[in-house]
Write a protein that binds this ligand. Structure first.
Ligand code: S3P
Length: 450
């Protein structure tokens, strides 16, 4: 079989001003809540990545009117969702592609209705645990048929749900959101207790759709209370720039000598800025300007300049606020001096791939010292005297977009080029990644690999 790999090689400084694509978490939620609501929801700046397009198609299959109206002024799409105040049974299997967020949130939403729906996804998604969502939905009264040990494909049967008070066993905004979406149509609603706070876009957006929801601080965590039997009303949503995508051009600037890159309109939700805090601890030259409120979320323009980074111990309690950013943090750590220790990141192993294992393998192949433990990744920064990051490897991504983008960034500043396989998967979250990086001065080319 022949596949076109992508190769990044060292080039001049990266310079420019860009806009991150729309936030993936918020884009999924905007479509799902829009479809559950009564009336019209208009979405500006929707991320048009493959994951979100799957959710848009799923919402149409559940009976919502879903239409792309055109391109938004600042990138992304302008979409219109006409919700029918609930879901009707789809005629076919719902295929969520690569999207864990998509399938888990949609399962939660669908569980509120008296219907049977079969869910599936691509090979990566079929390997990921769904029990974490099925368990609370089962306690609410949903049932399912699944012959794959809690993995897709599975058929979920919902309706007549009862109230739940659920303490999250793992810090997962997807599970929290699935329970809350099911709770909308449960007798008595739903309560979720999260010992560690996770991204709160569902809570914020439910409010935007007119729902009553209470959030109480609970030490480092939160107690979310959603009364049942609520009707959502269509609204307008402006999707801010995704900090998990912005992380790639920002870290590229930090590790490439002479660079200065600004990402405009980046979401600065306090539960999503763990990477910025960590890079700051490492001595990164990052400035945040033009802080403003857009549709209930804080956004700003963020500028990163090439910096001499130092390794740090990342506080484990920071993990939920940067769980998708550890792969690119590991790349920043490779160019630092000293060791960067990332503890309490076991959740990384159940993402689109086992990201601890793949980052450890990829960095080692590029000449970086790494230590891998079940819940910890340690990167030994290459910057000792004249010692540089070697690169020069072909990296297996297992179809994981963030593993691919992270290693391409590494290749932009390493001594020898770095290639990644399955680069098409980058489009699940960041369709314009290669064009954006080239526009900033990066050299990324296709190599046909037999
Ligand atoms: C997401 C939550 C996180 C994150 C994912 C998006 C969300 O997953 O990794 O990319 O939108 O709720 P978990 O909830 O499994 O931690």
């Amino acid at each position: 079989m022949t596949a076109a790999n992508l190769t990044a090689r060292r080039a001049g400084p990266l310079k420019g001003v860009v806009r991150a694509p729309g936030d993936k978490s918020i884009s999924h939620r905007a479509l799902i809540l829009g479809a559950l609501a009564s009336g019209v929801t208009e979405i500006e700046g929707l991320l048009e990545g493959d994951d979100v397009k799957r959710t848009a198609a799923a919402m149409a299959a559940f009976g919502a009117g879903v239409e792309r109206l055109g391109s938004s002024e600042h990138g992304g799409g302008k979409w219109r969702v006409e919700g029918r105040g609930g879901f009707s049974e789809p005629a076919d299997v719902v295929d969520c592609g690569n999207a864990g967020t998509g399938v888990r949130l949609i399962m939660g939403a669908a569980a509120g209705f008296d219907m049977a729906v079969t869910f599936t996804g691509d090979q990566s998604l079929r390997g990921r645990p769904m029990n974490r969502v099925l368990k609370p939905l089962g306690q609410m009264g949903a049932t399912w048929i699944c012959r794959q040990g809690g993995r897709l494909p599975l058929t979920l049967k919902g309706g007549n749900l009862r109230k739940i008070a659920y303490t999250l066993p793992e810090p997962s905004a997807q599970v929290k959101s699935a329970v809350l979406l099911a709770g909308l149509h449960a007798e008595g609603g739903a309560e979720v207790i999260e010992p560690e706070a996770t991204r709160d876009h569902t809570e914020r957006m439910l409010r935007g759709f007119g729902a009553e929801i209470e959030v109480r601080e609970l030490g480092a965590g939160r107690h979310v209370i959603l009364p049942g039997g609520q009707t959502l009303r269509g609204t307008k949503i402006h999707v801010p720039g995704d900090p998990s995508s912005a992380a790639f051009p920002l870290v590229a600037a930090l590790v490439t000598p002479g660079s200065e890159v600004t990402v405009q309109g980046m979401l600065l939700n306090p539960l999503r800025i763990g990477l910025l805090e960590t890079l700051g601890d490492m001595g990164a030259d990052i400035s945040v300007t033009n802080v403003r409120d857009e549709g209930g979320e804080t956004v700003a323009d963020v500028t990163a300049r090439h910096s001499e980074l130092e390794g740090v111990e990342v506080p484990p309690e920071r993990a939920p606020s940067m769980i998708d950013e550890y792969p690119i943090l590991a790349v920043a750590a490779a160019f630092a001096s000293g060791r960067t220790v990332m503890r309490g990141i076991g959740e990384m192993r159940v993402k689109e791939s086992d990201r601890i294992a793949l980052m450890a393998a990829g960095l080692a192949a590029c000449g970086i010292g790494v230590e891998e433990e079940p819940e910890t990744l340690t990167v030994v920064g290459a910057k000792r005297g004249n010692h540089l990051v070697a690169g020069g490897a072909g990296v297996t991504t297992h179809g994981d977009h963030r593993i691919a983008m992270s290693h391409l960034i590494l290749g932009m500043a390493a001594e020898a080029p770095v290639s990644v396989d399955e680069p098409g998967m980058i489009a699940t979250s960041f369709p314009g990644f290669v064009a954006m990086m080239r526009g900033l001065g990066a050299e990324i080319g296709e190599a046909v690999d037999a």
